[in-house]
Design a protein around this ligand. Sequence first.
Ligand code: KDG
Length: 311
Amino acid sequence: APDLLTVGEALVSLRSAGPLAAGGPLTMHLAGAESNVAVAVARLGHRAAWVGRVGADEFGEYVLRQLRAEGVAVDGVTRDPDRPTGLMFLERRTADLTRVQYHRAGSAGSALGVDDLRAPLAAGARMLHLSGITPALSDTARAATRWAAEAAVAAGIPVCLDVNHRDRLWSRDTAREVLTPLAGYASTVVASADELDLVGDPGADESTVVADLLHRGVDTVLVKLGSDGARAHTREGVRRAEALTVTAVDAVGAGDAFTAGYLSGWFDGLDLAGRLRRAATLGAFAVSSPGDWEGLPRRVELSLLDGHEAG
Ligand code: KDG
């Protein structure tokens, strides 16, 4: 069984160097929050498996090829003969402004269903990673996400829920209705500060949401604060983690890298401080290199950012 099992939609991302309306070359990349986490964890030497649906098209072929090249197990993936692999365009509109356009409605990935997940869950894992993107894709994907969380808990597999709100896919109110119960299955919840009320009451402050999650059985709540680092809440209290001081060139994928670093530390049996440090290190690699995941470190490279500690 793998260390990490993650479920979601992997996409082909077509990145522009300038405004899309002005044309110009696009470059092709693998994207998807969950597959980003899988790649990050695999680069650090853990066994990672990604499950989802891709089209029986060239884009699906590309997604699988990229994941295999990164050492991510894809044997549980379903090729959908009737639906295309989802696409997204990542437009670098200005140096400071990137815009995303999805072409994923009706995609293979959004047709994810419970039957796609039975065998991978039965094979087991040390941790199941789910994101709040998957239940936003379709009714069947929502049911599958919920089923996976329940099945994992029943099998004694801890669940990490990465909130990852995507406002292009659903409203905050719908997200909250779905993600708040889902968070009750998780042992680890990861959210940015502005996503916290999607796993609690609308407008609730951090301490209220966190107290409620810990009360519902969540062990660790990680609140991402971007360049200000993160806060980790457990029943023992709150611990602050600083971000590393690096030059930010591309924030896309940084949250996925942070989560992957945390999980890698967990697989290695590190204490909370060590897990947070690895999370911060991976986040720093992601923001200071172009691409969602291309710049992530292999294990021997983890120490390259030593000396970049803030303050
Ligand atoms: O976390 C980075 C993701 O935003 C990107 O890879 C695409 O999964 C994606 C999404 O749904 O936005």
